[in-house]
Write a protein that binds this ligand. Structure first.
Ligand code: SF4
Ligand code: SF4
Length: 128
């Protein structure tokens, strides 16, 4: 049953890929996990373009007006890597990376929390 596979391996010298020891380069145009650059994000000016187009609600935003904060959450467990948020973002804060390695032992490791603080005009990005 597996003889053809063995014969092919012996003929070509290729039995399998060496991933993950040698990462496979993604093909051109591959969409890996999206990343959010907090420095360029306009959520503080009321932008919600990315959350409005994100169908699986992987991107959500919450305002804390009292503390002049905006919280944006990017949940990779919901993301389908469609790229719609990147197209919708007016500031270029979102981009699709080539990172396809999404394995994690804790769900929290697959959630990017970004907090924009406007009191000090600084941006604090926290990842869990
Ligand atoms: S890539 Fe698609 S699913 Fe993922 S956060 Fe962006 S809009 Fe949502
Ligand atoms: S669309 Fe871009 S600028 Fe607007 S909230 Fe999302 S990441 Fe920030």
């Amino acid at each position: 049953m597996f003889l053809p596979w063995v014969r092919r391996g012996l003929r070509t010298g290729i039995v399998t890929t060496r991933y993950p020891a040698v990462p496979e380069p993604p093909v051109e145009g591959f969409r890996g996990r999206p990343v959010l650059d907090a420095e360029r994000c306009g959520a503080g000016e009321g932008c919600r373009a990315c959350t409005e187009v994100c169908l699986p609600q992987a991107l959500t935003a919450r305002s804390d007006k009292d503390r002049r904060m905006e919280h944006i959450t990017l949940d990779y467990t919901r993301c389908i890597m469609c790229g719609l948020c990147v197209t919708a973002c007016p500031t270029g804060a979102l981009s699709m990376s080539a990172n396809y390695e999404l394995a994690a032992s804790r769900r929290a490791d697959l959630v990017q929390n970004v907090t924009l603080v406007y009191e000090s005009q600084s941006v604090d990005e926290a990842r869990r």
